[in-house]
Design a protein around this ligand. Structure first.
Ligand code: GDP
Ligand code: MG
Ligand code: K
Length: 297
């Protein structure tokens, strides 16, 4: 990994039609890793990954932040709020041509509890007179303590690079989570591995350290409504392998069962999950292995 490489998760929120998808298409272009448009239940979806030489931007969609229409909606809003606290940056996009609306107020209220830096992106500036921009900025400045306010036109590309540069200065140093070429195929990979990792840590309690890695080896569509996934849990110690597998494989089975449920929710399809455990000493320190595991170029 390069020194000073930055990477982070960025949530894009905003009312419908403000231009979120247009923005994604502009920054990621042909390489966009659009996931299925299936409604997500509890998890967020990765919309696209932008890989630069010195930074990787992972954009995620947080659908639940909008005003709920029913009770399940409240639950979704809660989850969305949690997500917004976990990401490295939040882009709150508005339409310059429409100005301030009720839907924005709902989101801004939710943002009051968000600790991550929030950027106001004023989109569609091509539709307004420059004189109208300043009052809009003033209005929003009064509503929330935005990290930065950046006017753009996602359609024409105005100021989009500037936005990315500003964003980069706020991203933490971190690895390239995705290989640039991996992104197009299965952007869900990272989430899948995180889900499995989460189950390992939950079910084994303190016995297994956070240094374990989960590698998604293979994703195969068996038929139109089932996906077959093979994954390996990598530990650094032989003793941990036994704990992970458990008595007659009971632990691994349990991990697999719980992870599978979450992955099914994520993908909206039936999943067969095959889990393996592998001991690989000191894997974290080995550049070549990082490569192999898809954590780096
Ligand atoms: P989303 O619902 O937030 O994802 O919004 P979309 O990206 O689907 O955009 C909604 C509409 O706004 C589409 O017709 C876009 O072409 C249009 N749009 C998006 N960005 C801009 C912009 O910067 N300028 C103009 N004039 N139109 C835009
Ligand atoms: Mg959209
Ligand atoms: K904040």
């Amino acid at each position: 990994m390069e020194m000073n490489h930055k990477s982070g998760f960025i949530a894009i929120i905003g009312r419908p039609n403000v231009g979120k998808s247009t923005f994604m298409n502009h920054v990621i272009g042909q390489k966009i890793a659009i996931m299925s448009d299936k409604p997500q239940t509890t998890r967020n979806k990765i919309q696209g990954v932008l890989t630069h030489k010195d930074a990787q931007y992972i954009f995620i969609d947080t659908p639940g932040i909008h005003k709920p229409k029913h009770r399940l909606g409240d639950f979704m809003v809660k989850i969305a709020e949690n997500t917004l606290n976990e990401v490295d940056a939040v882009l709150f996009m508005i339409n310059a041509d429409e100005g301030y609306g009720k839907g924005d107020q709902f989101i801004i209220n939710r943002l009051q509890r968000v600790k991550s830096p929030v950027f106001l992106v004023i989109n569609k500036i091509d539709l307004i007179h420059p004189d109208d921009l300043f009052p809009l900025i003033e209005k929003y400045k009064d509503l929330y303590d935005f990290e930065e306010i950046i006017p753009i036109s996602a359609l024409q590309g105005n100021n989009v690079n500037h936005l990315l540069e500003v964003l980069k200065t706020h991203l933490p140093e971190g690895p390239q989570y995705y290989r640039a070429d991996q992104v197009t195929d299965h952007p869900e990979r990272f989430i899948m591995s995180e889900l499995i990792r989460e189950k390992v840590l939950q079910l084994t309690r303190e016995e297994i350290p956070h240094s374990i890695a989960v590698v998604i080896e293979n994703i195969e569509k068996r038929d139109s409504n089932a996906i077959f996934i093979q994954a390996t849990v990598i530990t650094e110690r032989k003793s941990q392998k036994g704990i992970l597998i458990g008595k007659q494989g009971s632990m691994l089975k349990n991990i697999g069962k719980n992870a599978r449920k979450d992955i099914e929710t994520l993908l909206g399809t039936k999943v067969f999950l095959e889990l393996w455990v592998k001991v690989q000493k000191d894997w974290r320190n080995k550049q070549s292995q990082l490569h192999e595991f898809g954590f780096s170029k």
